[in-house]
Design a protein around this ligand. Structure first.
Ligand SMILES: Nc1nc2c(ncn2[C@@H]2O[C@H](COP(=O)(O)OP(=O)(O)O)[C@@H](O)[C@H]2O)c(=O)[nH]1
Ligand SMILES: [Mg+2]
Length: 325
């Protein structure tokens, strides 16, 4: 008991802490509603979220996170659903975080994801959460890693993160996973688009989906030749083909995720990756905190006035802001 107490962060408010403890207990038992409520807390990014993530972070570090990214309609949700099944076959519990920026325009995308992954609804080994790309303090690139860390702390051994690779933040989220799967569709030009979107650097595994439509071999070749001219890597991303809607090739994708994991864990690359991630998460938390205080605190507003009226410059103002903290 004593040992547990030393890991417990101090609570801002007693009520908040008690409520969170109750939710954590229920979520650990697999209560989907409690899991959903905990995700909502993290999503808000407020003081309560801090208490929660601080509590759960201590217990994490065991989950494997797999990011699945690609253009809208490439088949990410379909593939993700297939990967969930593969994990279930292995007897694992799986959590899925689905990020879709278009869901801020209409509820359609969220609903679509729910329906497509509906095969798993009600399965206590699967937790699926759709996250709209808005309404987060500090932005989605803070909220998603924090949510993934909490699900890790709650004992999910597999966390899948589906993001639409249209913006830098989304590609960044997917690439912050342990293994990043980049999905393109069969057809002329898609590989080039993928390269332009910055996918080439972040991919650990390439998947050419919709192989039933023809052109898949050409797309695979394009990707392979782009990899040929790139830097020589210890891990060369495999280029796989799937017909996700029929489930074909999905087992091979999961196998590749496992192989990538084995590769990382065999050497010291995994340790380096964890350190890079720690530095990255710390950096984005710092930036978010500073941006937040700049927006809400009086001295920041004064400083902005001073910059606008040229009584100071943004660089000196930043120094003063940091010194004041
Ligand atoms: N022909 C074909 N259609 C697919 C395949 N995989 C997915 N789809 C369809 O493509 C559409 C978009 O899939 P979805 O998984 O929602 O894509 P996402 O936007 O990337 O998540 C859906 O109608 C799927 O049924 C495939 O391998 N072949
Ligand atoms: Mg989707």
């Amino acid at each position: 008991m004593k040992g547990a107490d030393t890991r417990r962060p101090r609570c801002a408010g007693k009520v908040a802490c008690v409520e969170i403890n109750v939710l954590i207990e229920a979520a650990t038992r697999g209560d989907a509603r409690a899991l959903g409520r905990l995700c909502s807390v993290v999503e808000r990014g407020d003081a309560q979220a801090r208490i929660l993530t601080a509590k759960l972070y201590a217990f994490g570090g065991k989950a494997w996170t797999t990011g699945i990214t690609g253009a809208p309609g490439a088949g990410k949700s379909t593939l993700t659903s297939g990967l969930v099944e593969e994990a279930l076959v292995e007897g694992e519990r799986v959590a899925v975080l689905a990020v879709d920026p278009s869901s801020s325009l209409s509820g359609g995308a969220i609903l679509g994801d729910r329906i497509r992954m509906g095969a798993h609804a009600g399965n206590e080994h699967v937790f699926i959460r759709s996250v709209a790309n808005r309404g987060h303090l500090g932005g989605i690139s803070i909220a998603i890693p924090a949510m993934a860390a909490c699900l890790d702390g709650l004992g999910f051994p597999e966390v899948l993160i589906e993001t639409v690779g249209v913006g830098q933040a989304e590609v960044e989220i997917a690439s912050s996973a342990d293994t990043t799967v980049v999905l393109v569709t069969a057809g002329w030009g898609d590989a080039v688009q993928a390269a332009k979107a910055g996918f080439l650097e972040v991919a650990d595994i390439f998947v050419v989906n919709k192989a039933d439509r023809g052109g898949a071999d050409a797309t695979s070749r394009d990707i392979e030749s782009m990899l040929d001219v790139g830097p020589v890597l210890d891990w060369r991303p495999p280029v796989l083909q799937t017909v996700a809607s029929k489930g074909s090739g999905v087992a091979e994708v999961w196998k590749a995720v496992r192989e990538h994991r084995a590769y990382l864990e065999a050497g010291d690359e995994r340790a380096r990756q964890r350190r890079r991630r720690a530095a990255h998460d710390l950096g984005s938390a710092l930036r978010a905190n500073l941006a937040h205080s700049l927006n809400t605190e009086e001295p920041a507003s004064d400083l902005l006035d001073a910059i606008v009226t040229r009584r100071t410059d943004p660089w000196s103002a930043a120094d003063r802001l940091l010194q004041a903290r």
